[in-house]
Design a protein around this ligand. Structure first.
Ligand SMILES: Nc1nc2c(ncn2[C@@H]2O[C@H](COP(=O)(O)OP(=O)(O)OP(=O)(O)O)[C@@H](O)[C@H]2O)c(=O)[nH]1
Ligand SMILES: [Mg+2]
Length: 402
C-alpha cells in the first residue's frame, strides 16, 4: 500500500460542491487547499469543476449532466485523475467509475496518499497503512453487498465474491496485526516519554504549513525538515531546549488540517499523545493565510477531541513578514476582508480576545524571536515552579546571543 510515487506529475481535475453549509467563498478556500494537497501529492491541477446543489447527489456526487461534462473534459485533455473535495460513498465511487474511465479519488484518499509518501519511520508507516486499510475495508464490504444484490439469491457463491471475502479477511487480519504492532510501539514510546524525566514538555501545534518545524529549528538551533508543502512533518521530533538557564523539552508535531480523515486521528494517536502529555502548547498560526482564523478554529476543535484544549497555551502568529495589508478606501462600503485589517489591529483584537498570551513573529526573518523566547521562558517557569516548589532554581533570564 505504501508505494512511492514517481516524480512525474499526474494531471488532475478537482471537483467540489457549493451547498448551504459550504457557500461559494468557503468552497473556494477548500479547493485552494485541495489544490495544494494535490500539488503536495505530485499532481498538476488542470481544471476545477464546481456545482451548486442542495446536497451531494447520492448517485454521482455531482449531477449526471455535470459528470458528463467532466468526463468529456477528461477525455479531451488527457486527465489522469479526478479528485473530489469530499469523501465519496462506496456506491458513488462505483457509479462514477462506470461513467468516467479514470482514477477517482477523494480528499481522504489524497491525504492518506500524502501521508503514505511522507512516512519515514516504521512507526509512521504502520499508522498510515492501518488508516489506509480502515478506509478500504467498508468499501470492499459495500462492493460485496453490491455484487450480492446484482447476482440475486441463487448460486451467488461465485468466485468473484469469494475473492472479495478472502480480501476482506486478509485485510481484517492485517488490521489486527498492525494494531498489535502499534500497541507495542506505543508502549515503547510511553516508556521513552517517561524516561525523559521530569522536564517540562512543550509541544508545537498548529495547522499544516504554518512554520512549526521552522520555529523548532530556530528555537532549538537544530535541523528539522521544513518545506513549503503540506505535512512535511509526520514523525514527532523532540529536542531539549534551554532558554536562559531553564531546560525543557520541545516537540514538533504533525500539522492539523480541516476535514482530517477520522481514520488518521485514530491511528496517529501516539503522535497526538505528545500533545496530550504536553504541559504547554505553543499554537503556531500563519497570519499571512487569509483563513488563519478558520485554521485556529480547526486546531482548537482537534485539541478538544483529544482533550487538550485546557492546557496552558501560547498563541504564536507567524509569518508577519509575509502579511499583506490592503487598506480600504474610506468610501469603500464593501465587506471588510481579513486582508483589510492591519497587523496592528490584528494584534489588538487577538491580544484582547484571546485567553492566551499571544505574540507576532517571523520565524524565517527572526523577527521578535527574543520576545518569543522570553514569553516561552515565563510560561515554562510558571509550570516549573508549580512542579518543583522547593527547587532553588536561579530564575534569572539571560539574553541569548544569536
Ligand atoms: N515568509 C515566511 N515563511 C515562513 C516563516 N516560517 C516558516 N515559513 C515557511 O513556511 C513553510 C512551511 O514551514 P514548516 O516549518 O515546514 O511548517 P510546518 O508547520 O512544520 O508544516 P507541516 O510539518 O507540514 O505541518 C516553509 O516553506 C517555511 O520556509 C515565516 O516566518 N515567514
Ligand atoms: Mg513540520
Amino acid at each position: 500500500m505504501l508505494e512511492k510515487k514517481e516524480a512525474q506529475y499526474e494531471k488532475v481535475v478537482l471537483i467540489g460542491l457549493i451547498t448551504r453549509e459550504q457557500p461559494e467563498e468557503k468552497l473556494e478556500e477548500y479547493m485552494d487547499e485541495l489544490q495544494f494537497l494535490a500539488y503536495t501529492a505530485g499532481a498538476e491541477v488542470a481544471e476545477r469543476f464546481t456545482q451548486r446543489m442542495d446536497k451531494p447527489d447520492s448517485k454521482f456526487f455531482v449531477g449526471s449532466g455535470k459528470l458528463e461534462e467532466i468526463a468529456l473534459y477528461a477525455e479531451e485533455n488527457e486527465i489522469d485523475t479526478l479528485i473530489f473535495d469530499d469523501e465519496l460513498t462506496p456506491s458513488q465511487l462505483k457509479n462514477i467509475e462506470k461513467v468516467v474511465n479514470r482514477k477517482i479519488i477523494d480528499r481522504t484518499q489524497l491525504i492518506l496518499d500524502i501521508f503514505a509518501q511522507r512516512a519515514q519511520t516504521s512507526y509512521a508507516r504502520t499508522q498510515v497503512e492501518l488508516a489506509q486499510y480502515q478506509y478500504l475495508l467498508p468499501r470492499l464490504t459495500r462492493m460485496w453487498t453490491h455484487l450480492e444484490r446484482q447476482r440475486g439469491g441463487i448460486g451467488m457463491r461465485g468466485p468473484g465474491e469469494t475473492e472479495i471475502e478472502t480480501d476482506r479477511r486478509i485485510i481484517r487480519d492485517r488490521i489486527t496485526l498492525l494494531k498489535d504492532k502499534l500497541k507495542s510501539i506505543d508502549k515503547q514510546m510511553a516508556t521513552q516519554r517517561k524516561n525523559r524525566g521530569a522536564l517540562i514538555r512543550v509541544a508545537l501545534v498548529g495547522y499544516t504549513n504554518v512554520g512549526k518545524s521552522t520555529l523548532m529549528n530556530v528555537l532549538s538551533k537544530s535541523d528539522v525538515f521544513a518545506e513549503d508543502k503540506l505535512f512535511a512533518t509526520l514523525d514527532t521530533t523532540v529536542r531539549k531546549v534551554v532558554i536562559g538557564n531553564l531546560p525543557f523539552l520541545l516537540t514538533d508535531t504533525v500539522g492539523f488540517i480541516r476535514k482530517l480523515p477520522t481514520q488518521l486521528v485514530e491511528s496517529f494517536k501516539s503522535t497526538l499523545d505528545e500533545v496530550r502529555e504536553a504541559d504547554l502548547l505553543v499554537h503556531v498560526v500563519d497570519i499571512s493565510h487569509p483563513s488563519f482564523e478558520d485554521h485556529i478554529h480547526s486546531v482548537n476543535q482537534i485539541l478538544q477531541e483529544i482533550e487538550s484544549n485546557h492546557k496552558p497555551t501560547v498563541l504564536v502568529f507567524n509569518k508577519i513578514d509575509k502579511y499583506s495589508y490592503v487598506k480600504k478606501d474610506e468610501d469603500d462600503l464593501t465587506e471588510v476582508k481579513p486582508e483589510n485589517i492591519s497587523l496592528d489591529e490584528w494584534k489588538k483584537t487577538w491580544m484582547a480576545k484571546s485567553e492566551h498570551p499571544s505574540i507576532f513573529i517571523s520565524a524565517t526573518e527572526k523577527q521578535n524571536m527574543e520576545e518569543l523566547r522570553k514569553l516561552v521562558y515565563e510560561e515554562v517557569k510558571k509550570l516549573h515552579v508549580k512542579r518543583f516548589p522547593y527547587n532553588d532554581f536561579l530564575f534569572e533570564y539571560f539574553e541569548e546571543e544569536s
